[in-house]
Design a binder for this molecule. Structure first.
Ligand code: ARG
Length: 597
């Protein structure tokens, strides 16, 4: 495995172009090019872009900042892309771009099949471990975050050129399985799975339904906490399962199949697709050789009958406890499977990077596992990253619960969102001309957009309040708003076809057109930052602002009833480009807009 620095090719946005030009001007004045860094202006009423380098360099060179700024501007006059370049305040450079530069950029973006998106300079092989569903545990609102964030990161990194594998890392191993086996054996002791002398074929049909597992798991889990004897039985069953006891393996396979079917249905509705459904159990064959290897490397230490790896470092601020590799009962633990999975991934996929989109409450766990992996040589520093997320709260500010105080299953939550979407559409007088089938498809698209966009518009570490009513409105920073704006654009394009108007060269003249093109140009920077920070909320923000700016543009600049044919074609081309970028952005968030509404 090798590590790469994360840089991008295909960069052509205004920020990059102006930074290059300004950097060159600084060089001609004997300064370092890095002072020429240009950013989007924080005063869009005054300028499109700004550079603060003259101020900083003057301070260092003990020169007058306005004088430095004046010399820099002198090198940039005569550039037709720049309409005006002014020195503001103590020495800021304020750039306003010319209409022709904006027109050229818009036409270039229209011609670019990537719509201005950069690609990574060096393609990497990335595994994203996300979703993390478990046998017998129905998903709830907490599982949304890892699924939605992981799916989006997968799509973004893939679009930017990496080879990305999404792995569900199914929780199908460990003590929970022992608990379930124990619970089933108490309820249905006569099943052949528990008879060690049985050597026939085990039944094809599962002796338990999903509802049984959902009932048995919390029951057994509580009983294991209260009752030491029960806990010991469950631990013994866990070890025997892991050691390959035939009946247990066969029963366990039913647990896995029954759970997977239901989990896959939830993910399907959510538009979350994994390339791999590897389970924790799939790492099992790697565990024994790994333990031998860790022993040989002198990394394992016996501690009160358990085998551990010490991972604390001198400069740790908080204590990082050792990683428990083999419990005193001889079982592989959660950390053991994670470590073995890294070894497995290295042997099977040889990734350059593994991202774990998992709740931040597991951050100590990942610190332990990653350090152990580095010590063992299964990965090098920097190749393993925990992409942590915060919690989803209810409107009362506490972790989300149903009104009755219980946990709302994800499947039920999705169904609720779907009926809310249908109510909203009726209220808004939308969807009238749709067939029942299309109406149903649309309500799902709206419902999923509401939930996913609410998730993605927050930074992943932010705790947010799950408030379906707020997520579901057509006005505001919501998924349905994005859907609605996309549908408006699609309707303009359809009408244009009817009226025989076709898209042509983009000629920017109006303020609202300028604003829209500047935003379209910002796709590149938004994607770069999203990628580097593993933060899809940056992309979500871009997509939202694009929809908003389009709406402003459309109010100010009529398209099909514009004054001249050239204007109609130009604005139609802008709508087409905006829709294409919007839909790309939606797709990268795992969303699809309806055709009509
Ligand atoms: N199944 C785990 C849970 O529910 C999450 C798995 C996350 N991925 C991992 N490689 N540990 O907590």
């Amino acid at each position: 495995m090798t590590t790469f620095s994360e840089t991008f090719a295909n960069t052509a946005d205004f920020k990059t172009v102006l930074t290059d030009k300004t950097g060159e001007a600084f060089v001609r004045e004997g300064f370092d090019a890095t002072w020429g860094k240009v950013n989007v202006s924080d005063r869009p009423d005054l300028a499109d872009f700004q550079c603060n380098g003259a101020l900083a360099v003057a301070k260092q060179a003990k020169a007058n900042p306005r004088e430095v700024a004046t010399k820099i501007t002198a090198h940039l006059t005569g550039d037709t892309a720049i309409k005006s370049l002014e020195i503001a305040g103590p020495g800021f450079l304020n750039f306003v771009l010319s209409d022709s530069a904006l027109s050229d950029r818009a036409n270039a973006l229209s011609a670019d099949e990537r719509l201005g998106a950069p690609v990574v300079e060096t393609k990497r092989k990335v595994i994203i471990d996300y979703g993390g569903p478990n046998v017998a545990k129905p998903m709830h609102v907490g599982h949304l975050r890892t699924a939605v964030i992981g799916e989006s990161l997968k799509r973004i990194m893939r679009f930017m050129g990496d080879e990305v594998i999404g792995d569900a890392h199914f929780g199908d191993w460990g003590y929970q399985m022992g608990l379930l086996i124990t619970a089933v054996s108490d309820e249905q002791p006569d099943l052949p799975y528990f008879d060690e002398t049985f050597d026939g074929e085990y039944p094809v049909h599962s002796p338990v339904l999903l509802s049984d597992l959902e009932r048995l798991y919390p029951f057994a889990s509580n009983k294991g906490k209260e009752n030491a004897e029960y806990r010991d039985r469950a631990r013994k069953a866990t070890r025997e399962l892991q050691d390959g006891r035939k009946g247990y393996r066969a029963l366990w396979q039913h647990f896995v199949d029954v759970s997977k079917t239901s989990l896959k249905e939830d993910y399907r509705i959510l538009g979350v697709e994994f390339d791999l459904w590897n389970g924790e159990s799939d790492a099992d064959p790697f565990v024994a050789p790994m333990i031998e290897e860790l022993k040989a490397k002198g990394l394992l230490e016996t501690d009160q009958g358990a085998e551990i790896i010490r991972v604390a470092r001198e400069d740790d601020k908080a204590e990082i406890p050792p990683l428990l590799v083999v419990s005193s009962e001889g079982s592989a633990m959660y950390g053991t499977t994670d470590l073995a999975t890294i070894k497995q991934r290295r042997e099977e996929e040889c990734p350059d990077l593994i991202l774990y989109a998992v709740d931040q409450r597991q951050s100590n766990h990942f610190t332990q596992v990653f350090r152990a992996a580095y010590l063992a040589g299964y990965a090098s520093e920097g190749q393993l990253e925990h992409i942590a997320n915060g919690t989803v709260n209810g409107t009362d500010g506490k972790p989300f619960k149903t009104r009755e105080g219980g946990v709302l299953k994800l499947g039920d939550l999705l169904a609720q969102a779907n009926s809310a979407a249908s109510v909203r559409l009726h209220e808004a007088g939308l969807g009238k001309g749709l067939s029942d089938e299309d109406f149903n498809k649309t309500t799902w698209q709206i419902a999923v957009s509401a939930i996913k966009f609410a998730e993605l518009s927050n930074h992943r570490l932010t705790n947010y309040v799950f408030d379906l009513d707020r997520f579901m409105v057509f006005e505001g920073k919501t998924g349905p708003y994005l859907m609605y704006q996309a549908v408006r654009m699609k309707s303009i394009l359809r009408k244009a076809v009817e009226q025989g108007v076709s898209a042509g060269e983009i000629i920017v003249t109006e303020a609202a057109e300028r604003e829209l093109v500047l935003l379209l140009d910002g796709f590149e920077a938004a994607l770069k930052e999203t990628y580097l920070k593993r933060a899809p909320n940056i992309l979500a923000d871009h997509v939202y602002r694009l929809a908003q700016t389009f709406s402003k543009f459309y109010a100010a600049c009529p398209v099909l009833i514009a004054d001249t044919d050239a204007q109609k074609s130009s604005r139609l081309a802008l709508v087409k480009l905006t829709l294409a970028q919007l839909e790309k952005g939606l797709d990268l968030m795992g969303l699809t807009a309806p055709e009509v509404m």
